[in-house]
Design a binder for this molecule. Structure first.
Ligand SMILES: *Cc1c(COP(=O)(O)O)cnc(C)c1O
Length: 217
């Protein structure tokens, strides 16, 4: 199937998962994760009405941002290298992966504004990026001080599990932490688990392979 058909299917699945828990489907943003995909495929998605795209590396994203129309909203979803944060804040609209104090120091120097998510290592996995949940309160206070970074919510890449239902408690816990901080947006759910994420309160789902097929790495 092509990108346009895949998008229709994903939108249908988003709608039914939202309705299954009486949420408004319009409150959910589908971020099409286009990392490692060609500009041709991004165009196909754009022509099918898709306007939010997610990229994970600055160098790869720059020519895509240049080539695509200006009404695209660009989401940075990759690991942040401190020395690239400034530029990332300048060219992206939304950054999902803030998790170190050094990121914030750099972000503040940028000549541009972004909306921001804090990446949380919700299962406390060693070797995984993201902030441990117990450090969240202090980090959130630091983030709220920045004048050009508008903090909207938490984000997670859940642990690898055998069954999608095993993700539910992690998503539920992230939602709980989000509400505790008084935040309204929540970035969680990928191709394999976005429906559970929506049932547990996701506002942004990040879906790549289910739209574009496998990546050419
Ligand atoms: C690659 C990636 C995705 C998309 O993954 P799929 O399984 O292809 O949907 C979502 N979020 C992040 C942070 C990613 O790096």
């Amino acid at each position: 199937m092509g990108v346009a058909e895949n998008l229709v299917q994903i939108q249908t699945r988003i709608r039914s998962s939202a309705e299954s828990v009486r949420r408004d489907p319009e409150s959910i943003t589908l971020v099409a994760v286009s990392k490692f995909q060609s500009i041709d495929l991004l165009w196909e998605a754009y022509e099918a009405g898709q306007r939010h795209f997610g990229e994970s590396r600055l160098q790869e994203a720059l020519p895509k941002i240049e080539a695509m129309p200006k009404d695209v909203t660009w989401h940075f979803i990759g690991g942040l290298q401190t020395n690239k944060v400034r530029k990332i804040v300048e060219v992206f609209d939304c950054v999902h992966t803030f998790c170190k104090v050094a990121h914030l120091t750099e972000a503040e120097k940028a000549n541009g504004e972004v909306t921001a998510f804090i990446e949380v290592n919700i299962a406390n996995e060693p070797q995984k990026s993201g902030l441990p949940p117990e450090m969240l309160d202090e980090f959130a206070q630091n983030l709220l001080k920045l004048h050009n970074v508008h903090f909207h919510g938490l984000m997670t890449i859940g642990p690898v599990v055998d069954e999608v239902e095993q993700m539910r408690p992690y998503f539920r816990e992230l939602h709980r932490l989000n509400e505790k901080l008084g935040l309204t947006e929540l970035s969680m759910g990928m191709s394999g688990d976005f429906e559970v994420a929506i049932q547990e309160g996701a506002s942004h789902v990040r879906v790549g392979s289910a739209i574009f097929g496998s990546r050419n790495i």
